[in-house]
Design a protein around this ligand. Structure first.
Ligand code: ADQ
Length: 458
């Protein structure tokens, strides 16, 4: 079996004792790397100031070599904060209004991809299979090809791929599509993303589908497919079953005092629809006064990218909004919304999902959304909660037992909350079982195997 080389912007670097931080993606990729032997390369998350970064920091753990590089301050600013997070992220989440183009940032993005390629290429053996992850590294294959590499190279996009009218607002869209054409296999989260990609090629007149999952574009032929990422379903269900061992979960149960719990868990990001969700909760209480004092909405939102000013502003806005709703609706003995800005360990998180009668997952746009899948996996089969899910999350293509909502339509989300909290147990069980069977069958290991099988096939 060929060696596997994974490249991602950030690498879950091995900690003391060789333990990789938990999380489905890290666990699945680590298992694939261990089985085949290989390399995981990416940015260390550290800056070298304005000095040229030191040579790759190589750390061997069993069968896996972790290869980490620092970046200069300018690289971090232009490649990471600049083009990746201020252009590609908003564009791929359909937010033309938030994209900030700058020639410097675009050049920095391509420059850092070349830098990654130059550092990676000397480590590559002729029959290694290379798997590149996410929007930070789209041009990497083109750079590696330029250096003469003929290996199989695959790419997986974790975020959505937008329709042509959105993508073409980005000045370098053709270079980005050209970048993808240098892979042997390009994977998207859903069939909708794949259709959007095909539509972009057609509209620009630079390529199209050949059938059988093959595309021809810009003089190259490559494969494209939809590979919906999963979670480590069985393991996560087990975390949830045994979560009462953790005092944090027992304390949470006690503190909700028999009230029904609604849970939201997201990184703080405008794509996650947190403000619309708080509005929907407020609307739900106002429309159902009998629920006053009967429910608690727990929103767990660790800060992300807090060095980016827009994210800092959002943090303030969400905190103020939750405070305003609590002030308006709360009582001496009832805090309607509990808003927490911390990361929570996966075992405790699983336990909190299981305590919650409703999983409220309402992104405005999301590649997949693993929280939706984790919520389902964590439920008690005898008394499962209800998933309220945005139709604009990739997960909505699979989780048909959820109550699907349009997150922009605050009233529909409020109605779905009311419906969830009064849903009979037989109905809940039936919906849950359908989703759980699917998640057991389509877990993250299968996602990994499916992608690598198709990448290997000529
Ligand atoms: P993200 O945008 O990060 O991922 P998501 O899929 O929801 O979004 O994954 C978030 C992960 O972080 C989940 O595993 C969740 O449990 C965890 N998490 C969130 N808040 C947490 C907290 N407070 N404490 C601990 N853990 C927390 C991108 C795309 C998604 C796509 C994934 C995977 O944007 O659409 O599903 O990649 O491909």
């Amino acid at each position: 079996m060929s060696r596997l080389v994974v490249v991602s912007n950030r690498v879950p670097a091995p900690e003391k004792g060789g333990i990789v931080p938990a999380g489905g993606l890290a666990v699945a990729l680590k298992a694939a790397l261990e089985e085949r032997g290989g390399i995981w390369m990416g940015w260390s998350g550290k800056s070298s100031g304005e000095r040229e970064p030191e040579p790759l920091n190589l750390q061997q753990q069993g069968n896996i070599t972790y290869a980490l590089t620092d970046l200069t301050d300018t690289d971090v600013e232009e490649y990471y904060h600049g083009f990746a997070n201020r252009v590609l992220w908003p564009i791929c989440h359909y937010r033309l209004d938030l994209a900030e183009y700058g020639r410097k940032e675009m050049a920095g993005y391509f420059r850092v991809n070349r830098f990654f390629a130059h550092r990676l290429a000397p480590l590559i053996q002729p029959d290694d299979v290379i798997w590149v992850h996410d929007y930070h590294l789209i041009p990497l294959a083109a750079e590696l090809r330029q250096m003469g590499l003929r290996n199989r190279i695959g790419f997986f996009l974790h975020i959505p791929w937008p329709p042509a009218d959105v993508l073409f607002a980005m000045p370098v869209h053709e270079e980005i599509m050209r970048g993808l054409s240098h892979y042997d296999l390009v994977g998207f989260q859903t069939d909708h993303d794949l259709e959007n990609f095909a539509g972009c090629l057609r509209r620009e007149g630079i390529g199209g589908e050949l059938g059988d999952g093959r595309f021809s574009a810009l003089g190259r032929v490559f494969k494209g497919g939809a590979y919906s990422i999963g979670i480590e379903t069985a393991a996560f269900a087990e975390f949830a079953r045994s979560a009462e061992r953790h005092s944090a979960v027992r304390k949470a149960r006690k503190s909700i005092e028999g009230r029904q719990l609604i849970i939201g868990v997201d990184r703080l990001d405008y794509s996650k629809g947190i403000t619309q969700r708080i509005d929907a909760f407020e609307r739900f209480i106002l429309a159902n006064p009998g629920q006053t004092g009967q429910v608690t909405y727990l929103q767990i939102t660790p800060k992300s990218r807090s060095e980016v000013p827009e994210y800092e502003a959002m943090q303030k806005m969400v905190a103020e909004q939750a405070g305003r709703v609590n002030g308006a609706l709360g009582a001496i003995d009832w805090v309607p919304i509990r808003y927490i800005n911390r990361s929570i360990g996966r075992h405790v998180l699983a336990g909190l999902y299981r305590l919650a009668k409703v999983g409220l997952v309402t992104p405005l746009r999301d590649g997949m959304n693993l929280v939706a899948k984790e919520y389902v996996a964590a439920q008690d089969p005898e008394d499962p909660g209800v998933l309220v899910l945005s139709r604009f999350a990739g997960a909505a293509r699979e989780l048909k037992g959820a109550l699907l909502v349009n997150p922009y339509d605050v009233e529909s989300t409020a109605n779905a909350l009311a419906r969830s909290l009064s849903m009979p147990v037989e109905d809940r069980r039936e919906r849950w079982k359908q989703m759980m069977d699917h998640l057991l069958d389509h877990d993250v290991s299968r996602w990994c195997e499916d992608f690598l099988r198709d990448l290997a096939a000529k």
